[in-house]
Design a binder for this molecule. Structure first.
Ligand SMILES: CC(C)(COP(=O)(O)OP(=O)(O)OC[C@H]1O[C@@H](n2cnc3c(N)ncnc32)[C@H](O)[C@@H]1OP(=O)(O)O)[C@@H](O)C(=O)NCCC(=O)NCCS
Length: 112
């Protein structure tokens, strides 16, 4: 799913089934990105709403989002009511970094 402004794509979101087989969270937002010049205008919130509506349509009522632990966008997930779930190491090239999961149980309100 993409967000457009004046015919230009300014952001995207993708989601689907949770990928690790988590026992609680069945849906996942895999990635969300808004061009820097378009951040903090509510587009991210709108894209999450769209992604949540798609997850609900696929029968998922809980979701996870993984984010690098030192990513400032954690504030965004916290503002949207995400609860910190756990951290795990992630290998990116030669580096081992840490990623954090945010979870939502009952995503219906987030889709409104
Ligand atoms: C994280 C991201 C998706 C947020 O999208 P956005 O359109 O900028 O966010 P919104 O305008 O919808 O913000 C919703 C709320 O989240 C919080 N928030 C968002 N960005 C924030 C920031 N940089 N610092 C503090 N709070 C922030 C605020 O509470 C905000 O509400 P407010 O503007 O009314 O105060 C966007 O900044 C982005 O694409 N960042 C770079 C890529 C990235 O880090 N992606 C996530 C990893 S997968």
């Amino acid at each position: 799913m993409v967000a457009e402004q004046d015919g230009q794509i300014v952001g995207f979101v993708s989601g689907g089934p949770e990928r690790s087989g988590d026992s609680l969270y069945s849906g996942e937002v895999y990635a969300i990105y808004i061009l820097p010049a378009h951040q903090r205008k509510g587009i991210g919130r709108l894209l999450i709403r769209e992604a949540v509506q798609a997850l609900l349509a696929q029968g998922f009522s809980n979701m996870l989002i993984w984010v690098l632990s030192d990513n400032p966008s954690r504030t965004f997930y916290e503002a949207l009511g995400g609860e910190f779930v756990r951290e795990q190491p992630i290998q990116i090239g030669a580096q081992t970094l840490t990623e954090a999961a945010y979870g939502w149980i009952g995503i219906t309100p987030l889709g409104r």
